[in-house]
Ligand binder design. Structure first.
Ligand SMILES: Nc1ncnc2c1ncn2[C@@H]1O[C@H](COP(=O)(O)OP(=O)(O)OP(=O)(O)O)[C@@H](O)[C@H]1O
Length: 523
């Protein structure tokens, strides 16, 4: 899976080119200034120095401008890459539907994706620039004095290749552990934040905080070791250019010794950051690996056109031999299920807790991948979510208004339609409160109200096949009957499949499907 799109590569190459020109201007500045100082000591007429004086000024000005342009181009390219990666990461996370915990999601979308920025700006770009400038410097010096060129090459290999490699080797074993530890810490933090009331009520808050703190210490210990290695190899790399300059000066000798030595110093500086960067890159590898794995998640089932909505009209659907597994090492949650859902049918799904009822609805709606079998009848290859949808066991209520929760970003509905859906779903008390905020995951609503808000959302969306997982949960028997009757009326000609635990409701349905340990029998 490519992290960097081709369009951004062109900008990165441009940034690299500007980086090379910046370093060349820097070397030109050091070389010309040194030559000028050496020459000035011989007290020549001022005219003999005037070109050098202008060149020093020119190199200094150009170097500053080029550095600015290089930073601009590099960051512009990387920020574009990040925007693209974040969009793809969000899409993949949506497709992974709950298989990644919310804290880990944060860690992947924020720190792992941000790692790409570091990998490019502090890793790939400086390494590329160092390679070009270093080899160019060696060639230039070799022309003036072959022995000095060789000395520079040896120094560059030590500072730019051997030390970064050593830093990488010393930290490689821990790179995956750092990314995993960071993900675990974020997941634990988010869990404690969400569950703070529950943890307090059960007296478990101190233990949960201690656990999060221990994870924090573990991450800090892992990072401290990497930082120590980076500091040591970076420190050694930092003295290499100075040693190199002395060596090149001694090897070259004569009147050009000072100029060659200082050019070697300037070229050597380019590779100094590489040792520390190599350690950081090693650290980032685990995160980059996680981003790649995330982007490889299938996103086939996501809406391709933002204007798409549920289809209008009715459809005949049929499940044939459907088997669903939540993991290779888990028993199937559904096994070889056949189920005909002709247009307009009313089907009740019953069965013990954990028997597979919610999984059956998820399979019809395309919310879980099928290990085998098919759902036949999807019109014109339409995405499953446009044909079958409704109230699911894991439905989310957004921290937004009643109106926003009903519409989920779609338009084309007036408030009268929303009010009617609320009334049909047994939530008339919110019909005139469309602008009320409902709290995080509907925290300001009672459990039953939350469920009826989800039912109203399903009635607004009105897909051809309405799937309702315990829509009247939390209501007393009389109210539940009334809400179910009005929802069935509102569904009109559409197919309705309802998961229920209430035997009293079953008379309203054409068919009752019983689920037992993942297998269905119709009654
Ligand atoms: N995301 C998941 N990952 C792993 N296993 C799962 C997942 N969702 C459900 N299962 C398992 O699949 C089986 C069927 O679960 P399902 O939620 O479909 O049952 P259900 O009949 O709807 O139960 P309930 O009436 O309690 O809601 C159960 O054994 C459950 O543990």
């Amino acid at each position: 899976m490519k992290l960097i799109p081709a369009s951004a590569l062109v900008r990165l190459v441009l940034a690299g080119l500007l980086g090379v020109l910046t370093e060349v201007a820097g070397i030109g500045l050091v070389g010309t200034a040194t030559w000028m100082i050496v020459r000035a000591a011989e007290q020549p007429p001022l005219a003999a120095l005037s070109v050098a004086i202008a060149a020093v000024r020119g190199f200094a000005l150009v170097k500053g401008g080029l550095r600015y342009a290089e930073r601009l181009a590099g960051h512009d390219a990387v920020l574009r890459v990040l925007a693209d990666l974040r969009a793809r990461a969000f899409a993949a996370l949506t497709a992974s539907r709950g298989r990644v915990s919310s804290g880990d999601v944060l860690s992947r979308v924020v720190s792992d994706v941000d790692g790409v920025q570091d990998a490019v700006l502090r890793g790939a770009l400086p390494a590329g620039v160092a390679a070009v400038v270093g080899l160019g410097g060696v060639a230039g010096l070799a022309v003036a004095d072959p022995a000095a060129g060789l000395a520079l090459l040896a120094g560059l290999v030590v500072a730019g290749v051997v030390l970064p490699w050593a830093g990488h080797r010393l930290t490689a074993a821990r790179s995956g552990a750092i990314a995993a530890a960071r993900g675990e810490l974020t997941a634990a933090t988010v869990d404690v934040m969400h569950g703070v009331a529950e943890l307090s009520a059960f007296g478990a808050l101190p233990a949960a905080l201690a656990d999060a703190e221990a994870r924090g210490h573990r991450l800090a210990a892992l990072e401290a070791r990497s930082a120590t290695v980076a500091a040591v190899v970076g420190g050694i790399a930092a003295v290499v250019p100075a040693a190199l300059a002395v060596w090149v000066g001694v090897v070259a000798g004569g009147s050009s010794a000072a100029v060659l030595a200082l050019v070697a110093l300037a070229v050597g500086e380019v590779v100094v950051p590489l040792a520390g960067a190599a350690v950081r890159q090693t650290e980032l590898r685990g995160g980059l690996h996680r981003v790649r794995a995330l982007l490889a998640t299938t996103v086939d089932d996501l809406p391709s056109d933002e204007h798409d909505g549920p289809l209008a009209g009715t459809v005949d659907l049929a499940l044939r031999g459907v088997t669903v597994r939540y993991g290779d090492d888990l028993p199937p949650a559904l096994t070889d299920v056949d189920l005909a859902l002709p247009a307009g049918s009313r089907v009740a799904v019953v069965g013990a807790s954990g028997s597979g009822k919610s999984t059956l609805l998820a399979a019809i709606a395309g919310r879980v991948p099928l290990a085998s079998g098919t759902v036949d009848g999807m019109p014109g290859g339409a995405a499953a979510w446009r044909v079958a949808g409704g109230v699911f066991a894991d439905a989310h209520v957004f921290h937004a208004t009643v109106r926003d929760n009903l519409l989920l970003g779609r338009d084309g509905f007036d408030d009268a339609a929303l009010r009617q859906a609320l009334v049909d779903a047994g939530l008339p008390e919110y019909a005139d409160r469309l602008d009320d905020l409902v709290g995080e995951d509907g925290g300001k609503l009672s459990g039953g109200q939350r469920q009826r808000l989800l039912l109203a959302r399903a009635l607004v969306a009105a897909p051809p096949v309405l799937l309702l997982d315990e829509p009247t949960e939390g209501l007393d028997a009389g109210a539940a009957d009334a809400v179910l009757d009005s929802a069935l009326r509102a569904a009109g000609e559409r197919t309705v499949v309802v998961v229920t635990h209430r035997a009293a409701e079953l008379g309203r349905f054409d068919r009752v499907v019983r689920v037992e340990e993942g297998r269905t029998t119709s009654g």
